[in-house]
Design a protein around this ligand. Structure first.
Ligand code: SF4
Ligand code: SF4
Length: 196
């Protein structure tokens, strides 16, 4: 039942993403200011669908590594998920990684129930005011070396309603999409830890 891990990068495999970048024709009133010259900025797009008639999948979702991938993490890699104000969809896609279809345990990646055992923090959702100190506390509780992965438009840019998490903690990896697909998140995790 487990899917084969695809060859190549997420950037080059359009099927990895549920929300690939699209080329647009004509003027679109985008509430997230995500429409660019000939594509959509997937770090801002909230998947509202207003530009749906002009959608044209182009398979160009770019994971951004903001720091050097760390070879320290080449063996088992433990992640702690924190929701600072999501709609729930990004959480669902992250949790899907542990199901029999994606099965990230086969790649040596595991959820941990405490930030004290985490190599990486995955943050989803806008940064709600009351979650600010919770996020900082989780980050401070993690042992060094540690990574922070912002998954989804809300965490990266704040969407249209909130603040991003990028201003509160040092973020190492951006995973675009609203929500990002499990394979895109998995690709980001593998790149973040320094490869397979
Ligand atoms: S789907 Fe994305 S790009 Fe299109 S209008 Fe909505 S926010 Fe803008
Ligand atoms: S990025 Fe999209 S799917 Fe993820 S929490 Fe925000 S609104 Fe929900």
């Amino acid at each position: 039942m487990t899917t084969r891990f695809p060859d190549g990068d997420a950037e080059s495999v359009s099927a990895w993403s549920t929300k690939p970048v699209r080329k647009m024709e004509g003027r679109v009133e985008c509430p997230a200011d995500a429409v660019e010259a000939d594509s959509v900025n997937m770090e801002r797009c909230i998947s509202c669908g207003r530009c749906a008639p002009q959608f044209e999948p182009a398979g160009d979702v770019r994971i951004a590594l903001l720091s050097e991938s760390n070879r320290t993490f080449r063996q088992s890699f433990h992640i702690y998920l924190i929701d600072t104000g999501s709609c729930g969809a990004c959480n669902t896609e992250v949790h899907a990684l542990s199901n029999p279809v994606y099965d990230f345990n086969r790649l040596g990646i595991f959820f941990t129930s405490t930030p004290r055992h985490a190599d990486a923090l995955i943050v989803v959702g806008v940064l709600a005011e009351r979650m600010h100190d919770v996020l900082i506390a989780a980050y401070d509780a993690m042992p060094e070396p540690k990574l922070v992965i912002a998954a989804g438009t809300c965490a990266i840019s704040g969407g249209i309603i909130g603040r991003p998490v990028t201003g509160a903690v040092r973020v190492d990896v951006l995973v675009p999409g609203c929500p990002p697909s499990p394979f895109t998140i998995l690709d980001a995790l593998i790149k973040a830890r320094g490869g397979r």
